[in-house]
Design a protein. Structure first.
Length: 573
């Protein structure tokens, strides 16, 4: 601004030299003073503290030039009222050049207007001319101040927009960097660790964690944590809670996408004491979703004094949740593929072992039968029948699995009297060999009838009872049926070896056995309980298991007494 002022000063000096002949020396001295003021301000503007004193320097420039203008204009008293234009131009120029806002502009413009009017008042001008000058000065002040206010708002809006664009660009870059690192591994354990670590860094919170949803077990569990103290980490990592208890909270979180506690939500009173127990005053929860699936949620926590999460931090958290969903789905797919490959290998190993054993029995006892000197053909024949039955059961299980997986085995509704089904199953198991020390008891239930698929119900009970007999060396296997409202509850209890707690979540999986080695004590290919679970689902029921090692197991199947809305109906006569 100081440099730009030299041009109008030079033009004004030339005009004065050409137009005015009286008091020319004084006029030129005035212009020299103005040039000196501009030069001094220009030098000071390049000093060390120029930025801190910018407004002071700009004000000094205008006040100096304005004061010299008052003197210069007073040299032409006859034309004072028409020479208001230099003052007005100075006001408007300051509005355009200096981004100091309406307040400073009002002070500067008021000084110029009052000073010029004071010069006018010292000369005897008629009231009409003074009124015209006053109106012109007032208009100049108003225009300059309003212009400064408008330009200041425009500059502020431009600055805010630039900062917003820069912030968005920075957020995108940081999220892209996080996404590259998250997708740099397919190990689920490493992925969740990276998500928690990046979450704490990106959002700028005291601690961050990720809670995943286990669809099979219907529980949420804390998978990774970053930023918490060791005692807190030890207590929180692996923490599980049933999905049914958290459903109101998770449903609302999925609907909103984010929830901040506390923020006046209905969940403040329930969640705030829990987070406070671990030393956190405020927590932001962000849902992790992909293709309509709720994978879990991210937790961003802050210790006291905690400030609310600003919008840009919430946006970063949402962006990280999106990146986390992609990385988690990829890692879970790879984990499922690895599990399927392992199960396939275990199945092939188990099937080859299970097929080889009865075939060896059949071949060995066939050779004994062919030997005319064999003393006990009945024993050999029984062994052959038993081995053949094992092969047939494996083939039937495989065929049943194939029918279910193809979707071509829908339920066929029969009216099934439970007592009649009991007698039928008891007769079939009586014809099969079993340990003498194991009793099989069917508790009678006269008059209990349900409408369901007879064949599927029979397969469910047959597999459960067969499993119980296989794993029970002494004691008994009991089968009961109870009516509860509109459901039938079937229970198969045994006094066998039981199942350890860590294996319970997996016993209904395909080809899954507690002991899958070739040296295991019990046969089978691991399809029985998987088929049971699938058939129970087809019959719209539920299955549960309770077991302790050495204390036996209890399988509970709950089926509706009337299986309605099925495509095929066949009623027994």
């Amino acid at each position: 601004a100081a440099a730009l002022s030299f041009a109008p000063i030079a033009v004004s000096a030339v005009v004065n030299a050409l137009v005015f002949s009286d008091r020319l020396a004084e006029r030129l001295v005035t212009h020299a003073v103005q040039a000196a003021i501009c030069a001094a301000i220009f030098v000071l503007a390049h000093g060390r503290l120029a930025e801190q004193r910018a407004i002071l320097l700009a004000g000094g420039l205008l006040l100096g030039i304005g004061t010299s203008l008052f003197w210069s204009l007073s040299l032409s008293p006859r034309d004072l009222d028409v020479l208001v234009s230099p003052i007005a131009c100075t006001m408007l120029a300051s509005t355009l050049l200096f981004p100091w806002g309406a307040r400073v502009q009002a002070i500067v413009s008021a000084y110029l207007a009052v000073g010029y009017f004071s010069v006018l008042a010292s000369f005897a001008l008629d009231p009409a001319r003074l009124t015209n000058v006053l109106m012109g000065l007032t208009l100049g002040v108003v225009i300059s101040v309003v212009g400064a206010w408008v330009l200041d708002r425009q500059r502020y809006a431009t600055l805010v927009e630039r900062e917003r664009v820069a912030t968005l660009a920075d957020q995108r870059e940081r999220l892209l960097e996080a996404g590259r690192e998250l997708n740099g591994t397919l190990e689920l354990s490493e992925v969740v660790q990276r998500i928690a670590r990046h979450g704490q860094r990106l959002v700028g919170c005291d601690a961050a964690s990720i809670t995943l949803f286990d669809e099979g077990r219907q529980v949420f569990h804390t998978a990774a944590l970053s930023g918490a103290d060791p005692a807190c980490s030890e207590e929180l990592l692996g923490l599980e809670f049933p999905a049914v208890l958290a459903r109101p909270f998770t449903d609302e979180l999925v609907r909103r996408g984010t929830l901040e506690i506390p923020s006046g939500t209905p969940f403040d009173h329930a969640i705030e004491p829990i987070t406070a127990r671990f030393g956190f005053a405020r927590t932001l929860y962000v849902a992790i979703q992909r293709d309509g699936r709720h994978l879990g949620f991210l937790n961003f926590s802050e210790r006291p004094p905690a400030r609310p999460f600003e919008e840009h931090r919430v946006r970063l958290a949402e962006g990280l949740a999106h990146q986390a969903a992609i990385a988690l789905v990829n890692a879970q797919l790879v984990d499922e593929l690895q599990t399927a490959n392992r199960v396939k290998s275990e199945f092939l190993s188990t099937m080859s072992h299970e097929l080889r054993t009865p075939l060896h029995v059949i071949m060995g006892y066939t050779e004994m039968v062919e030997d005319r000197d064999a003393e006990d053909w009945a024993v050999a024949s029984a062994k052959i029948r038993g081995a053949t039955r094992e092969l047939l059961e494996m083939i039937e299980a495989t065929l049943t699995l194939n029918r279910m997986e193809s979707g071509k085995d829908g339920p066929m509704i029969d009216v099934v009297p439970v007592r009649q089904l009991w007698d039928e199953l008891d007769g079939e198991f009586a014809a099969l060999p079993r340990r003498p020390a194991v009793a099989l008891r069917w508790e009678p239930q006269d008059g209990v009838v349900l409408a369901t698929d007879r064949r599927k119900l029979k397969t469910i009970l047959k597999n459960l009872v067969g499993n119980a007999l296989k794993f029970t060396t002494s004691g008994e296997v009991g089968v009961t049926c109870e009516v509860a409202d509109d459901a039938c509850v079937f229970r198969v209890r045994d006094t066998g070896v039981g199942i350890s707690r860590e294996h319970l979540p997996h016993i209904f999986e395909m080809f899954r056995q507690v002991d899958s080695s070739d040296r295991r004590s019990y046969g089978g290919v691991g399809l029985g309980l998987y088929i049971v679970r699938r058939l129970v689902e087809q019959l719209r029921g539920d299955i549960e298991v309770e077991s302790e090692p050495g204390s036996g197991s209890t399988f509970t199947v709950t089926l509706p007494r009337t299986l309605a809305s099925q495509p095929t109906l066949r009623v027994a006569s």
